[in-house]
Design a protein around this ligand. Structure first.
Ligand SMILES: [Zn+2]
Ligand SMILES: [Zn+2]
Length: 177
């Protein structure tokens, strides 16, 4: 066998040299280029290891800050919206009831003023008898009862919800509370 016959083409420098095959890419390299080839693979492994470390950081971050999860944020949003809706509904009803109570009291006050006016007339004119007195007493009892009964307006709770309940679904199964 002639000297130098064991040489083949290096896939990098394209020269006939003693070459070594790489099982991974099935290319042949001279020693110099094989060293460099290994270095490139090493660099790539280093880069991938870096990406794995970043992923590990992401896992730790998500474990430490579950409130950053998009589902938690959605629940927060639902909570805020629901509270807002309930507060608005309560505010609306309180305005309506307040107005209604004021009208009710105004009506009673009007009756009272009329009766009071009559008392003044009686005092001025000195023209009244037992029947008038009895009538005045009865009327006062009546408007006193009316005023005390302003709680004849009352609240009752409906079965119907003004907010929507939520459920949380994972791809595998519904999550129960
Ligand atoms: Zn080479
Ligand atoms: Zn290779």
């Amino acid at each position: 066998m002639a000297l130098g016959n064991n040489k083949t083409l290096c896939s990098i420098c394209n020269k006939n040299k003693i070459t070594y095959s790489c099982d991974g890419c099935s290319q042949r390299f001279c020693l110099l280029d094989l060293t460099e080839h290994r270095q490139i693979l090493n660099n790539e492994l280093h880069h991938i290891a870096g990406e794995y470390n970043e992923f590990k950081e992401t896992i730790n971050e998500q474990r430490q800050n579950p409130q950053n999860s998009s589902v938690i944020k959605q629940i927060d949003q639902w909570e805020r919206n629901s509270i807002e809706k309930i507060q608005q509904t309560a505010k609306d009803w309180k305005e309506i009831v307040t107005e209604s109570l004021q009208t009710y009291i105004n009506d009673i006050e009007k009756t009272f003023n009329d009766l009071n006016e009559q008392i003044k007339q009686f005092q001025i004119e000195n023209e009244f008898n037992e029947m008038d007195l009895s009538c005045l007493k009865n009327q006062l009892t009546e408007i006193t009862e009316q005023l005390n009964n302003s709680s004849n307006i009352s609240m009752q709770q409906n079965r119907q919800l003004i907010i929507n309940d939520i459920s949380i679904i994972s791809l595998e199964k519904k999550i129960e509370r």
